[in-house]
Write a protein that binds this ligand. Structure first.
Ligand SMILES: Nc1ncnc2c1ncn2[C@@H]1O[C@H](COP(=O)(O)OP(=O)(O)OP(=O)(O)O)[C@@H](O)[C@H]1O
Ligand SMILES: [Mg+2]
Length: 109
């Protein structure tokens, strides 16, 4: 699924997550492999958007919100579950950070 959505400069982390990522979380929970990919020139807000302030729920970005949403869904379903997660960061075409796994891929380049 491609998302054709532009946000204004005052868009909140919650607005971006609800519009773009929530539908993807639903697909992940149906068994599809999904990717959230942040791409752009330096200083354009990739880290702000993907990570945000992880210690502040209001300003948390896509990654902490996505992880929270996945666990909320699973807890609500009362399911027995196993979660694997990947995190990949590229910088100047060099891989900076990698965590192994496949179920939900979040990528910042
Ligand atoms: N939507 C936004 N609202 C408020 N501040 C923002 C927003 N987007 C980015 N910023 C701020 O702009 C600065 C640069 O953003 P950020 O570090 O996320 O860029 P980046 O794309 O990850 O850069 P780099 O490629 O160098 O890692 C940071 O101080 C960040 O907090
Ligand atoms: Mg960054």
């Amino acid at each position: 699924m491609w998302c054709h959505q532009a946000f204004g400069q005052y868009a909140t982390q919650k607005e971006v997550f609800t519009t773009v990522v929530s539908p993807i979380i639903d697909e992940v929970l149906e068994g599809f492999n999904c990717t959230v990919f942040a791409y752009g020139q330096t200083g354009t807000g990739k880290t702000h958007t993907m990570e945000g302030n992880m210690d502040d729920p209001e300003n948390a970005g896509i990654i902490p919100r996505a992880v929270q949403a996945v666990f909320q869904h699973l807890e609500a379903a009362g399911a027995e579950y196993s979660v694997r997660l990947s995190f990949l960061e590229l910088y100047n075409e060099v891989r900076l950070r990698v965590c192994a796994g496949v179920a939900l891929v979040v990528c910042e380049c």
